[in-house]
Design a protein around this ligand. Sequence first.
Ligand SMILES: [Ca+2]
Ligand SMILES: [Ca+2]
Ligand SMILES: [Ca+2]
Length: 210
Amino acid sequence: MFRIQSAVALAIIGAAISIPVTANAASFTYSLNPKATFLRTNRDPFAVDPFILDLSDIGVSSGQEIFLQALGDYAVGGAFGDGSNVMVGVFSSTNELLPSDVFQRVPGALDAVTSRQRSPITSPTGIGGFPTNIEEDFGIPTVSITAIVPNEAQYLFIGTPDRFNGDNHDPDGDYGVRIVTPSRYVPEPSILLGTAIATALGWRYSRKRS
Ligand SMILES: [Ca+2]
Ligand SMILES: [Ca+2]
Ligand SMILES: [Ca+2]
């Protein structure tokens, strides 16, 4: 009987150990247009509006940590190769985007805590030299970044910072972003192990008493 009980305990423990910590994490990949930006533009008629993600679509809310990574690359103009990957994001309380000639186009922009401290300083517009830099945005690098979703944030804007966006292009269509949502609700393996041992011992104990 002891061998059977031990085998049951080991099977339960084995099952607990084999459950990955990231079991609840979900990965989302979005293709991006490098002409798109949430920053101010000037006389840039082919620039387009940014990608705006409703955070509820990926099941995250304020206080949760997400992982972001820029994918692929784009060309910053006709004479340039397909090798740039600078990307910025900003959380917002609303999905409102003001016209492209307004300095702060995202009126609901919120500061975010990220694994990189400083907001990137974006260049003035190529035509006219108008400032584009806002304080709330953060860079999304190819090596990834983690960000805490700020209080009241419901949307994430993602765009390409450039002095002139309308001539950007992505010949091989690989430019995009990957977002991985939290896995914090999955119990740690050590907790699962403790539960498994307690369950196995409890099962043995109840068998002895019966
Ligand atoms: Ca590309
Ligand atoms: Ca450009
Ligand atoms: Ca900035």
